[in-house]
Design a protein around this ligand. Structure first.
Ligand code: GLY
Length: 588
């Protein structure tokens, strides 16, 4: 077996600039697109405050708030409201998100769960076709059926109430100004609109916004105005977020979802009225001498990352050459073990018993690590039986079917007072449900539930649809600590590949000695369920023969992460945005 070494990584970074990416997998439009930030600020340093976001206008809005003395949460409000306008395909008022927040003042790490919920009227058959099988993915996605209760504004409100310093009116001002004055459509947004074709014509309101008078997709640089979005924000500024969750806007959201004749949904005004953000305990574990913390269930992401990190460390990862086939084999099989547990055990912790502590308990992981002793795990990987510290699940939860295509956005912010946040926001698939109302797109988050409520063995799936329940997520906002001090905030979009993207960047930075920018740019190799996915057009494909010889099926494909990270070091802040997208670093 040929072992690649650190030289492989260096070669990868030098010889395969990530701008040389292949286009086009129409099935997953969010996975493609132009790759270079318009102003090229994909890395930078700062003295005391910094924001990294997926679009330069959003990063600048956050930077200006921080420069005025605003808190990290203040900046997040400004950033998310601008992202909902200039990167509307990824996140916005019609979606939700997870916020991991470190308060420097009281030394507390907390997380806010702003996940969309299933309408109260939804049941386990939501995504079943008449014959009992799962609906085709886009048949489920496009239209009202997939729309969960929007949560973004309630999340921002909850965090702002706790950590905000500047008034909401100030924080909404940049988005309102851009919506009224117009902004240039970015190359990536234009590319994604063009890939959408008929899907984005499902709703005449969305079609009128994203296509020009001649019904052509908006071109890069076209100036786009969104007065309806500005009006929505003005109402929220005047009357608080109740202006969104009650009254005309709520009514119109529900009408849009229910009156979709091709694919009507079940959302009701009472779902919006009763929506509540939940503050949750983050999940944490050790890795490479650091403490890695992230969003807990209903996200599956950080738990899976903690499992994988613990499993590889237990099996001598430190002794393996960075970037070698042997190292990737260990990462790949540990990932397969984690994904098997994820599929079995993860769901909304308020609706099913999720053994979060048990899944990362040292004894359980030591037991699972024994499965990594051979060369490569054969065949399908079984889930384990973690311990429960509360009511055990009986019978065993089933294995679901959740398509989970790439989507979403990630923001990291550090303010001058030392507060730090890592936030992943989403409307799920690129352009969500494709339904637009009051200037924003509605999510299709409900397709993050399992389409099948019961598995082949007759066991109910933990992540099945139920009224009021939150769909399982892979979003992985993470903050890393050393000696109780935060040193790194990171996350990425990418559906269930988020787990591998964030994991790989953590390994690159914390274990393999890459710089932050190198760790984000490094060619991707991912394993979720068996096949090794290697990033097409990069040096990662050079490992394909070695991985194939080990027994893996290898697939080369576009792996369009959108990593964003801030590192806090003795000499200040280092920021990096994934060169695969339009993300930008801005700071003092
Ligand atoms: N919708 C992306 C995720 O929650 O993982």
């Amino acid at each position: 077996m040929r072992l690649a070494t650190t030289a492989f990584l260096l070669l990868a970074l030098i010889a395969f600039p990530v701008a040389a990416r292949q286009a086009s997998d129409v099935v997953a439009p969010e996975a493609n697109g132009p790759t270079t930030a318009p102003d090229g600020h994909q890395a930078g340093t700062a003295k005391s405050f910094m924001v990294v976001a997926a679009h330069p206008l959003a990063a600048e809005a956050g930077r200006a708030v921080l420069a005025e003395g605003g808190s990290a949460v203040d900046a997040l409000v400004a950033v998310q409201l601008v992202l909902g306008l200039v990167e509307p395909q990824s996140s916005g008022l019609g979606g939700g998100g997870f916020l991991l927040h470190w308060s420097a003042e009281d030394g507390q790490l907390t997380s806010f769960d702003g996940r969309e919920t299933a309408p109260a009227a939804a049941g386990p058959d939501l995504f079943l076709a008449p014959g009992g099988g799962p609906l085709p993915f886009f048949q489920a996605v496009v239209g009202g059926r997939s729309v969960g209760t929007p949560a973004t504004l309630r999340l921002l409100e909850a965090a702002h109430r706790r950590q905000g310093r500047l008034p909401f009116a100030r924080l909404a001002a940049p988005a309102i100004a851009l919506a009224e004055g117009g902004f240039a459509v970015s190359p990536r947004l234009a590319h994604l609109i063009a890939l959408e074709g008929d899907r984005l014509r499902h709703d005449p309101e969305a079609a009128a916004y994203f296509f020009d008078g001649a019904s052509k997709p908006l071109a890069p640089g076209a100036i786009l105005r969104n007065p309806a979005y500005a009006e929505t924000l003005r109402r929220v500024v005047a009357d608080g977020t109740d202006a969104f969750y009650e009254g005309e806007i709520a009514h119109d959201i529900v009408a849009k979802v229910r009156s979709d004749t091709a694919n009507p949904g079940l959302l009701a005004e009472s779902d919006l009225e009763s929506y509540a953000v939940i503050e949750r305990e983050p999940v944490c574990g050790p890795a490479f001498g650091y403490r890695v913390c992230g969003m807990g269930p209903p996200s599956s992401g950080p738990l899976a990352i903690l499992q994988i990190l613990a499993l590889i460390e237990a099996k001598g990862f430190a002794a393996l050459a960075p970037g070698s086939a042997a190292a990737w084999r260990l990462i790949g099989d540990a990932s397969r073990l984690a994904f098997a547990d994820r599929e079995r055990w993860l769901g909304d912790p308020d609706r099913v018993d999720v053994p979060a502590d048990g899944l990362i308990a040292p004894g359980y992981l030591a037991h699972r690590a024994r499965l990594l002793d051979g060369p490569v795990l054969p065949g399908p990987v079984p889930s384990g039986t973690p311990g429960f510290d509360h009511g055990a699940l009986r019978p065993l939860p089933g294995l679901g079917l959740t398509p989970e295509l790439p989507s979403t956005t990630h923001v990291v912010i550090r303010d001058a007072a030392g507060n730090l946040l890592s936030y992943t926001g989403t409307i799920e698939n690129g352009f969500g449900s494709r339904l637009m109302v009051h200037g924003f797109l509605l999510n299709n988050e409900l397709t993050d539930f399992s389409f099948l409520p019961v598995d082949a063995s007759g066991n109910a799936v933990a992540n099945r649809v139920e009224g009021g329940k939150r769909p399982r997520s892979s979003m992985s906002p993470v903050i890393v600590f050393r000696d109780e001090t935060p040193v790194l905030a990171i996350g990425s979009p990418g559906g269930s590949r988020i787990i591998g993207f964030v994991l790989q960047a953590l390994i690159g930075r914390l274990a393999w000695g890459m710089t932050l920018q190198e760790a984000l740019a490094a060619p991707h190799l991912l394993n979720r369920f068996g096949p090794f996915e290697v990033e097409a057009g990069t040096a990662a494909t050079a490992l394909a023969p070695d991985l194939g010889a080990l027994g893996y099926k290898v697939e080369a494909l576009d792996l369009n992460s959108g990593l964003a990270a801030i590192e806090i070091g003795p000499r200040g802040l280092i920021g990096a945005a994934d060169p695969r997208r339009e993300g930008t670093v801005a700071g003092d």
